[in-house]
Ligand binder design. Sequence first.
Ligand code: TYD
Length: 210
Amino acid sequence: MTGLFLTLEGGDGSGKSTQSALLTEWLTARGETVVHAREPGGTELGLELREIILHRRGYMAPRAEALLYAADRAHNIATVVRPALERGEVVIQDRYLDSSVAYQGAGRVLSTTEVRDLSLWATEGLLPHLTILLDLDPSVGRERLDASRTRYDRLEAEAAVFHERVRDAYLELAAAEPERFLVLDATRPVDELQRSIRDRVSALLDTLTA
Ligand code: TYD
């Protein structure tokens, strides 16, 4: 596989879509072919799963939720991400397996190891070259969301403690794999964050093409 797989992670309202759009713009200007992917809901099947996962009313067992995210992931990787990487393209994806470890593992209090193993099974072991973590105090993320919407999905509607656990889990994941993660303080200005991301991606592209 010759392409580059980059993922963005962080709590709701941490600015992932803004940064991935700016990164896409820059990579495209450098002559790279960029595929923008997302989970949940980056495929047709994924959109149906997304609707169930995020908007179905009533109780959903945590393991059922974890399996639905894993199903979305399996299909996205097999039909969108791997083909693009095999063509030598750059895939920028909003959220990947670290989201499941943080939200379903730490948030829903399932075993983080089991949730990670489930994702690795679903994707035949695909890990990103780089994961950009936009770290943000969840109460600040919540203020940002409140300013832009009035309705929340099932995960966003979870209590503050849930989102605290998610944040802590992300930071633990980053500490455990420092070479895969770039951790950034999401309260920094958008253009500064983008500069840090571009520096790291540029270095990565140099090593891959060397
Ligand atoms: P996302 O599409 O990033 O949110 P939005 O576009 O509404 O800002 O993700 C939707 C929610 O799904 C988000 O709260 C995080 C959650 N999520 C998980 O709990 N586990 C996962 O594996 C993924 C990919 C997302």
